[in-house]
Structure formats: C-alpha cells, structure tokens
Design a binder for this molecule. Sequence first.
Ligand SMILES: [Zn+2]
Length: 214
Amino acid sequence: MLLVEETTNLKQGEHVGSPLPVSMEPQEIEGTEDRTATVAAANAYALAFVLPALVALVAAYALIWGWSALGDGFNALIYPFWRFLLIFVAGIVVHEALHGIAWRLTAAPKGTISFGFQVKTLTPYAHCSAALPARAYRIGAATPGVMLGLVPALVGLGFEMGATFWFGTFFTLAAGGDALILWLLRGVPSDHLVKDHPSLPGCLLLPVGTERAA
Ligand SMILES: [Zn+2]
C-alpha cells in the first residue's frame, strides 16, 4: 500500500509502535517475504529519509535567490490560506492517482487498482491487488514524489519560482513514505514479483517462481 504520509487499516492498532519491518497477515502465501513497515515506523523513517533532501533544497534556494525570495515564495504558496488548502487536497488526490496511473501503465491489469481514505488517520492511499514485477512497483512508488515533488522543486529552484518551489518541497516531504518503501525493496531484482500490502505501507515479495496471474 502506498500513501501520503503512510498508513491505513490500523486494525486493532496492532502494528503501531513496533519496530520495522514487521507484520504478517493471515492471507499471506507460504514463502512470501515481508517488506512492509509499521505506520509509526514509516512516519519516522519517512521524515529521516526526506529531511536531508529538504534542507539541501531550501539551503540551495536561499543561497541562489536569497532568504527573502525564499520567504516570499512561501507566502505566495500559503496565502490566501483557503487556496492553499485546495491546492493541498488536490495535490494529495493527484499523488495517489499517480501511483495508480503509473502501476496501470507499467504492469497492473485493469480493475486491480483501488483508492481509499482512512478516516481515523486522515490518510488517503492507493492499492494494487495484482502481483507486479518489482520494477513496476518501484515506478508506481516513485512517480508521485518525482512528478509532484522533485520536479516542481527543481523547476522552482532553477527559475526563481518560489511558490512552485515550496509546493514541490512540500510534496517531496509527502512522498517520504514512498521513499521508505523503495528503500525496503533495495536489492530485490527488477523482475521479482511483489504484491502491494493491503493494509500496511510496503509490499510482500512472492516466492521465486510464482506465476503472474493475468
Ligand atoms: Zn505515495
């Protein structure tokens, strides 16, 4: 499962606070390997993953364009605040949609992508029920962070577009959980089949030799 600021279906709150990685669901296939994170761990690690990138981006902007330009850009993004809220909500919806679109364009069969929103933690998510090659899963995981995060941040940085820069910086932060999932998948061969976890950030590695159902 991929989400903005991770989570979902914290059933019985069972995984909160446990060290990463963890979790086993009853429907898991014999021989699968868990590559999921707990929600709590995902949040903490996500921040650790993207914070250095954010500091570097902000410092670069300030050095190139000046601190006041940095501040002006921030104000241009968040005021008027109602507009910022609209942008924020739209960005989150687009973030999740991009996960689904990227999976669909790479390997996910029709009808296997779903979207949802966990009210309890105010967390939207995208989920793919089909087994995917790790390569496709990674592309799906990375696409929102690149397209909504890094690209606008770098465009804003390059052209002194402060609001665009801050938008990209914010949505880079929002992709921290996705960065963690990519990290959990490091070393997995690109053709290895994985299955997005239905309720936790991350996925399961299917046993070698598993056939892909169409
Ligand atoms: Zn995401």
